[in-house]
Design a protein around this ligand. Structure first.
Ligand code: ZN
Length: 357
């Protein structure tokens, strides 16, 4: 039997540890302290615990609790780091009790999910192994999850649940993303004689018009039953030096959202932008889409459990906002996301006790 009080108490203890991602915030504390605290807690409860990763200041936690034998292996995944942010959320004192809510930086995303996984795994009486994989750097480059996947390679789990906060709904699919920096080169000239220069902003404008048309083309493609269609948009624009000079450079950052099964979107983007003559298209970060089989045993078990706990449907129509870079199809097993907390409350209100059911 899992006691909600145990999960709440552990969540508070985790929130009290500063784990701001230093890749997002200069001087962020990183994951060392929280990883050690989690490792200590799990080690005292019979888990084999390893801290993994190349950077000693930023380890991920990989822990295994051996089952009685003969069962399948379940992976519970999460992340250690938090984003930064202004306001009261970053103060350790905010981990103090606030009525029936736990507040403080990371309470919602995702100390609550980590604590739920830890307490559940520690109390599980099952034949198979339970593996906890808590990654560093999820909020930025997913370096920790890459390192965890490399460690897990030889001992692949049979099913996985990612405990990102999802209002206790089960997410069975999400779109992938790919970011690109598109660099346009021109040549500077005085604004009184623009014909002597080549306007990089004008080229970028051609590129943006092409991207708008491409976006319409993506929206008209066959719809995925859960995810709809892919998309493309310009996220940032930077170019020009001053009002009197023809811009010799303009840089766009472009985001593509992709559907499961789509090929690498880079080639298609290059084709769409080719007439605007970009100097370079630099791939930045990309993660593939995820789609799990709704009929797989792990999916049915998780959906049933959520329905029993909440009395409502366990599966939403789909979820456009995804903050989860967990083990997915690349890892060769079905991924699931579902955890405590309500997303719309994330910024101010922490995570409620009811979310730990
Ligand atoms: Zn998260």
């Amino acid at each position: 039997m899992i006691r909600t009080d145990d999960v709440v108490e552990l969540t508070r203890a985790l929130v009290a540890i500063d784990a701001v991602n230093p890749a997002l915030v200069d001087g962020g504390a990183g994951e060392r302290e929280i990883a050690e605290a989690i490792g200590h807690w799990l080690g005292g409860r019979g888990f084999d615990v390893r801290l993994v990763g190349a950077d000693p200041a930023r380890p991920s936690v990989l822990a295994r609790r051996r089952g009685a034998g003969g069962g399948r292996t379940l992976l519970l995944a999460g992340h250690l780091d938090t984003v930064g942010g202004a306001g009261d959320g970053g103060r350790r004192a905010d981990a103090a009790p606030d009525g029936d809510r736990v507040v403080g930086r990371g309470a919602y995303d995702m100390a609550g999910g980590l604590a739920a996984a830890m307490v559940a795994a520690a109390g599980a009486d099952v034949a198979g192994d339970v593996v906890l994989a808590f990654a560093a750097d999820e909020e930025f480059g997913s370096a920790g999850m890459e390192e965890l996947l490399a460690e897990l390679d030889a001992s692949r789990p049979d099913g996985a649940v990612v405990l990102e906060p999802t209002d206790l709904e089960v997410t069975l699919a999400h779109r992938g993303f790919a970011w690109y920096r598109v660099e346009y080169e021109g040549s500077a000239a005085h604004g009184s004689q623009p014909e002597l220069g080549v306007d990089a902003i004008d080229r970028a404008l051609d590129g943006m018009v092409a991207l708008r048309g491409f976006g319409a083309e993506l929206a008209a493609r066959p719809r995925h039953p859960l995810l709809g269609t892919g998309s493309v948009r310009v996220a940032t624009i930077e170019g020009g030096t001053d009002a009197a000079t023809v811009a010799d450079r303009c840089v766009l950052v472009v985001e593509r959202r992709t559907l499961p099964g789509e090929p690498d979107p880079a080639a298609e983007l290059a084709r769409v932008l080719a007439p605007s003559r970009p100097g370079r298209i630099v791939p930045l970060v990309a993660r593939p889409a995820m789609e799990a089989d709704p009929g797989a045993p792990i999916a049915r078990v998780v959906v049933d459990a959520v329905e029993r706990a909440t009395g409502g449907p366990g599966r939403p129509p789909w979820r456009p906002v995804v903050d989860r870079r967990g083990p997915d199809r690349r890892a060769g097993h079905p991924g699931r996301a579902g955890g405590p907390g309500r997303r719309r409350r994330a910024r101010r209100r922490g995570v409620g006790r009811d979310g730990f059911t």
